[in-house]
Design a protein around this ligand. Structure first.
Ligand SMILES: NC(=O)c1ccc[n+]([C@@H]2O[C@H](COP(=O)([O-])OP(=O)(O)OC[C@H]3O[C@@H](n4cnc5c(N)ncnc54)[C@H](O)[C@@H]3O)[C@@H](O)[C@H]2O)c1
Length: 355
């Protein structure tokens, strides 16, 4: 019998930060992108379901499960755009990876930082197939928690080194610029989204609002642009004007989920879209013309979190940067769960008794 069946490796926020910093953010993003791409390659081996969403007036709480038959993973994630006003994150998350054979968790991890990394890595994986190969300038609209990660993933995977930032809150743009200032970008802050997209090869929208917004209108999008639409990820929460969708070739993660949550909720249910995994696996074309407008309608899919948990687990054995949690009851005799409770009671009573 293995020892310490009760203990589960646990990656706290602090341990995640140490892990990312010890690997280096850009290398982390590149390696994570490799895991995400590898799992898209074997797309058909995964159990897939649209995430389970619990909507409320101000936000959503979602569970995102998947399995490849050997490992099972799920993420708990929320989206509450009003949260930043009370000092909280818009998005927080944690996740679990388990061994399918025994059902025992093998990893419990913070996923707020990991979600920002995996979302950015997935965006850059998509853009590698969909943006023009000479794309170097990106408009980044919405300069909150996800934004620097997006910028760094596009730098690490595509060589993007010019950023045009815009946020309705100028302080957010200034913070984003300052955070990225020593990391090899030339950065301009723009007073409007329209100004930000001028001269950009790639446009990333990563705003947070609990409603259909129009961050980009049709007149802003020129031939050859790639749009990485990240912030529209819930029913009734979109960022692009419908006319842009009608002019774009649209690429999605898992159509049954994206039709509910993505920009394409604005279109007919049978509007043609291409699944990203097919492009990655080579069974569908990505960009075919320099003047084509491509759109990655990102909502975030469970396999990306699974890939991220898999990557973190592999890295733990290299770096040793994790804690262990006494998470699983482990009585001496598996069926004597109650006996374990009684033995604990006896021990505590013994310790409390006067000597
Ligand atoms: N697709 C995915 O996989 C995925 C993953 C994570 C988060 N998201 C989504 O990305 C969005 C951003 O997340 P975050 O954690 O960075 O949120 P955040 O609240 O930290 O930042 C959002 C920023 O958008 C700005 N903003 C809001 N409306 C705007 C507008 N009209 N024009 C310009 N800027 C505007 C806000 O001022 C804020 O700075 C959220 O909607 C979230 O749900 C998507």
């Amino acid at each position: 019998m293995p020892e310490n069946l009760n203990l589960v490796p646990f990656v706290s926020v602090e341990a995640m930060m140490d892990l990312v910093l010890s690997i280096g953010t850009e290398r982390f993003l590149r390696e994570l992108a490799g895991y995400i791409e590898a799992d898209f390659h074997r797309w058909e081996s995964f159990d897939k379901t649209p995430r389970v969403a619990s909507h409320s007036r101000d936000g959503v709480i979602e569970l995102m499960p998947t399995s490849d038959g050997r490992l099972y993973g799920f993420k708990y994630v929320n989206g509450h755009p009003k949260n930043t006003k009370s000092g909280r994150q818009t998005v927080t998350a944690f996740g679990v990876l388990s061994d399918v054979d025994s059902g025992y968790p093998v990893l419990l991890s913070e996923m707020t930082i990991l979600t920002a990394l995996r979302t950015a890595a997935t965006s850059a994986v998509a853009a590698r197939h969909l943006a023009r190969s000479n794309a170097r300038c990106m408009a980044l609209i919405g300069n909150g928690a996800q934004s620097e990660f997006q910028a760094l993933a596009f730098k690490a995977l595509l060589g993007v080194d010019r950023l045009r930032l815009h946020d309705i809150d100028p302080a957010a743009s200034r913070r984003c610029r300052d955070n990225l200032s020593a990391l090899g970008f030339s950065i301009e802050i723009c007073g409007s989204a329209e100004q930000a997209v001028e001269g950009a090869d790639i446009v990333t929208t990563v705003t947070a609002d609990k409603q259909n917004a129009t961050i980009l209108t049709d007149n802003m999008i020129g031939a050859g642009m790639h749009i990485n639409a990240v912030g529209g990820d819930c029913p009734g929460k979109t960022e692009l004007h419908r006319d842009i969708l009608l002019r774009s070739d649209i690429f999605v993660e898992f159509p049954p989920q994206t039709r509910i949550e993505g920009e394409i909720q604005q279109l007919d249910k049978d509007h043609p879209v291409t699944e990203l995994w097919r492009v990655i696996a080579g069974s569908a074309p990505g960009r075919t013309r320099a003047d084509q407008i491509t759109l990655f309608d990102s909502v975030g899919f469970a396999t990306e979190d699974f890939s991220a948990l898999r990557y973190v687990r592999d890295k733990l054995s290299e770096t040793g940067r994790f804690d262990t949690l006494d998470l699983l009851a482990d009585p001496d005799e598996p069926r004597d769960l109650f006996g374990m409770l009684l033995r604990r009671q006896a021990l505590t009573q013994q310790a409390a008794a006067p000597q």
